[in-house]
Design a protein around this ligand. Sequence first.
Ligand SMILES: *Cc1c(COP(=O)(O)O)cnc(C)c1O
Length: 383
Amino acid sequence: MSAIVKRIRKMFCLEDGRMPEVVVGGVKMLNFCSNNYLGLTMHPKIIEAGKRALEKYGAGAGSARFISGTMAVHCELEERLAAFEGREAAVLFPSGYMANLGTISALCSGSDAAVICDRLNHASIIDAIRLSGAKLLVYPHCDTKKLESVLERADKYGFRLVVTDSVFSMDGDFAPLKEISRLCREHAAMFMTDEAHATGLLGNRGRGLCEAEGLGTDDVRVKLGTLSKALGCAGGFISGEKELMERIRNTARSFIYTTAPAPAVCACAIAALDVLDAEGDGLRAKLNRLVQQFRAELGALGIPDFGSRSHIVPLVCGTEEKTRLLAEAFNSQKILATPIMYPTVPKNGGRVRLTLTAAHGPGDIEKCLDVIKANKHLLKKEQ
Ligand SMILES: *Cc1c(COP(=O)(O)O)cnc(C)c1O
């Protein structure tokens, strides 16, 4: 084994894509760690759209977007995404990771820039800032007082960008977007938010936490979303004013120097937006009922919510050993749940991160709670 690789992580290999029950090594297991939050990956209308696009466009796009890789389906998806977000324009990337990488480095290139970042932001944001060469300034998680003092000190930089996850991926809590946008306005900083875990889920129409908080393009200049979580497909996108989007499209290296996303996946994403319009209310209501049920029963057991306000439920154990034991307890009861440890989460913040989806049923939640009840001693008492 290479001495460089300090941690070898185990991967489960799923034998098909069904939800919520997956097959691992011939054994059926309940999946409680998928980001397929609305269970759309197997939706018949989405699969049908993908099949039709495969016939028409083929398996791959054959080229980068600025060469000959832009097909009608890419243009249509970008238009649909802009309309979905209620913004002037959208730019599609092959993944959310690449959307962050390209967007942040495009915004910061060539200027003396500082990017101001919540301590718990997603790795793709941190990698993007490193790649951009901008100064990285970090504030404690959701601490707007500290953010304000960082902004005051950052006045010396020519360009200031504040970036935060809207729903935090490992904790399921919400960023105080309104207050952050107010501070950005006051300090003439640009505000960007990453809605990867909120797209399709929050707000009246599933447009994310910005919709829920009534924040528009003036408040949040760049809004990032992913097609790979609640929408059940693959790809990332940003949306905002046309001019800014065109500037990013023309300078983001992870947009320019890669083959266009597979056309069939784009057709699936368009169908997923249709499904969201037609069935989103019902799916979100179902997921919310499960979240309420789970939360109420955890509360009755005296288990803290560790700050989560969403379908992402962190079961914080602290040490690596306890985290592993809890994950093993789930697995022994045929529940797929993976331990999440440093450096993905802070040291001593080891946890089993459960995700509830609209594909689960009340009985699945009960099975999960049984494991938690029997292993309560492994959980941290408070946040
Ligand atoms: C998952 C995630 C991404 C990356 O999205 P992909 O489409 O999976 O590459 C970006 N930001 C956040 C906050 C995420 O959780």
